[in-house]
Design a protein around this ligand. Sequence first.
Ligand SMILES: [Zn+2]
Length: 290
Amino acid sequence: MDLNACPVCARSLKLKYKLKFDIYKCAGCGLYVADARFDHSFSSNVDTAVRGTGLRELRTANFELIIEEIKRLYQSNSTNIKGLEIGCGNGWWLAVCKKNGINCAGIEPETSFKKGHQENGFEVTYGFYPDKKNTTKYDFVIFNDVFEHIPDVNSLAASINADLNENGYLIINIPLSDGFFSRCARVFNKLGIKSFLNRMWQFDFHSPHYTYFNAENLNQLVSKHGFTKISEFRLNTLDFDHIKERVTTDKKVSRVTVAMAALLKGAKPLINAAKPDIKVFFFKKTSSEC
Ligand SMILES: [Zn+2]
């Protein structure tokens, strides 16, 4: 990760927080950047079974909203389009596409998902994007909580532009730096409680976040690579029926945090009134990069 200049606006980055990895903030556009490292040897702290209970319903509901927007954009042609999900993980997005008759392939570096993908008949390439062997052009490329895990966002956006058909869409479903939970994590950090900010950046997981965008600097980044924003909307962060499972997914989290789960349930109106923690953005390819 280049920490000399902001990848969005090229202004200088200033050290902001010292956690497991240092976090910098851009003086110009407000992008947060972490000096993080992807660690293949690190054993993940997430209990996948518990994670499944808490997350699947929430994420599927969010995916259905994204599918509705894709159908709206393509109207009756939505069954003739071809998409690519970068970092398709367990295949939850691919499953929602399949159910809705939308053709979407995946690319995924983690081969432990392979058996599940095969059982469900998903079309997945194993490796890192961009896969130079692949010459397919797509109508949409989607990231579901993945964009923030990729260090070189400029090369990434340029590759996507090259891999999209004319008028194709870049769809980014992403956690935002100015949402309710992000702000809380920074307040807690000021008070000396670092665990929330560490958790938000996923520094204890094998694939940490490298960046934290807001709506404005994300738009600024992709605009440099031939994309124009056409729509955006809020997605739900918490499934209030499964909030306890969600919060206790990380084994390191203390009983204090479990108590906080109850508090969060009470804070539902406040959370919904604050700036969103997760949004999905639809950007249209309006010019080709050479
Ligand atoms: Zn910047």
